[in-house]
Design a protein around this ligand. Structure first.
Ligand code: 5RP
Length: 227
């Protein structure tokens, strides 16, 4: 596999924020892959941490790297969550869920003392919305839920994979909403989650406190909390 220098640079920097004894939330996606690999190296070098994962895929990868995954019943909180994003603005408002893991990602981000977002430069945008906003909906009467989404004029399209409906780790569907520029993310977030049948949407607002952008030159820029 060819290494993505920008994603790896952001991930390696994020891993430096992990301290011994922490409970770490592991994100999902191709950028989170690099942080899981880096944490795996640190564990092999003697770092003692425990982790929870935002997807079955990340849990399997973490276990294969020797990272201890603990059940949620065994923890009282999460110190730090490191995850990717499909889009982020300078206010650290995010669109997530391109990989379909938005619900677990948001539960873990909300429970974490700190969320660090890692991304390459292409993810930093002046206004959210070019990336279709993923909305997780339950299968029951999903046709009605889709009509409700259409009333909001968000142009929802049920996600498919290899000709079949995409099913999340939670057994739900994803409606990708082709909105264009989102003028008021906070308002849209509330409107979407007000629809019965919508489990959660991919707008992450007020959750991230640090954004690490990696560049193709292997450098990083940090936004938000720096320490
Ligand atoms: O939200 C996510 C998965 O649900 C990912 O964090 C997001 O899709 C970014 O992925 P990548 O790092 O592969 O671009």
């Amino acid at each position: 596999m060819q290494i993505n220098i920008a994603k790896k640079a952001a991930a390696d920097k994020a891993a430096t924020f992990i301290e011994p004894g922490m409970t770490v939330g592991l994100g999902t996606g191709s950028t989170a892959y690099y942080v899981i690999m880096r944490i795996g190296e640190m564990v092999k070098e003697g770092l003692e941490i425990r982790a929870v994962a935002t997807s079955v895929e990340s849990e399997q990868l973490a276990k294969a790297q020797g990272i201890t995954i603990v059940p949620f019943a065994a923890i009282s909180g999460i110190d730090i969550d490191i995850d990717g994003a499909d889009e982020t603005d300078i206010q650290l408002r995010l669109i997530k869920g391109g990989g379909g893991a938005l619900l677990r990602e948001k539960i873990i981000a909300a429970a974490a003392g700190r969320m660090i977002v890692i991304a390459d430069e292409s993810k930093l945008v002046s206004q959210l919305g070019k990336f279709p906003l993923p909305v997780e909906i339950i299968p029951f009467a999903h046709e009605l839920t889709m009509h409700q989404l259409e009333k909001l004029k968000v142009a929802p399209v049920l996600r498919t994979r290899e000709g079949q409906l995409f099913i999340t780790d939670n057994g739900n569907y994803i409606a990708d909403c082709h909105i264009g520029e989102i003028a008021a993310p906070e308002k849209l977030h509330a409107q979407l989650n007000d629809i019965p049948g919508v489990v959660e949407n991919g707008l992450f607002i007020g959750l991230a406190s640090t954004l690490i952008i990696g560049t193709d030159a292997g450098e990083v820029r940090i936004y938000g909390r720096q320490d």
